[in-house]
Each structure stands twice: as C-alpha cells, then as structure tokens.
Design a protein. Structure first.
Length: 107
C-alpha cells in the first residue's frame, strides 16, 4: 500500500510541475532560421508564431516562391527546436517515475 501512496504523491507533484512547464513553454521564445538567416521566425514553446523577419534582399517579385519556401523552412526549424526543448524538459520531469517504455506524457 505504501507504494501506491508514494506513486500518488509523485503523480501529484508531476502534475504540478507539468502545469509549471506548460506556463513556461507559453513564455519561452524559440527562433528558427532559414536561408542563412535571411528568414527568421520566432515562436513560443507551444507553437504560437510571435514574429517573422525577412531580409529585404528577398523582397523581389520574381523570388516569391523562394521566400515562401524559406518561411516554411524557418517555421520548421523553430518547431523542431521547440519540440526538442519540450522533450528534454519532459524527460527531466518524469525522471524517477516507473513509467512503461514508450509511454508519453501528457496523456
């Protein structure tokens, strides 16, 4: 019975820490770049885009397709970085809990 009580206590602590982590993610800004830094996107850890910076040299009518591709690439770069940061935080949060292999949180 002690094991269940200990597990319940750890689960409660983890829930509190997860809420803190989610709040932190909403306030964390990650920058993604493409084209050697010609296009930059700033987004939160929750995936909300906060900013877009485009080098003026890309603002040519005949290069619209290149610009579109660079915006998508910069967004992907920022998203990938954000997911890596969140995964790292989640691993530190769940360290020590007896979770089955492959189980991901939040549920």
């Amino acid at each position: 019975m002690k094991d269940i009580m200990g597990l319940m206590k750890k689960a409660g602590e983890m829930q509190s820490k997860m809420q803190e982590m989610q709040e932190e993610a909403a306030n964390t800004e990650i920058e993604g770049a493409a084209g050697g830094g010609l296009v930059k996107i700033t987004m939160t850890g929750k995936g909300e885009m906060r900013g877009l910076s485009i080098d003026p040299s890309l603002l040519k009518e005949d290069e619209a397709e290149i610009l579109e591709d660079l915006i998508i690439a910069a967004h992907h770069d920022a998203k990938t970085k954000s997911e890596a940061i969140m995964q790292e935080k989640m691993q530190s949060l769940t360290a020590g809990l007896p979770l089955p292999p492959g189980m991901k949180l939040p549920f």
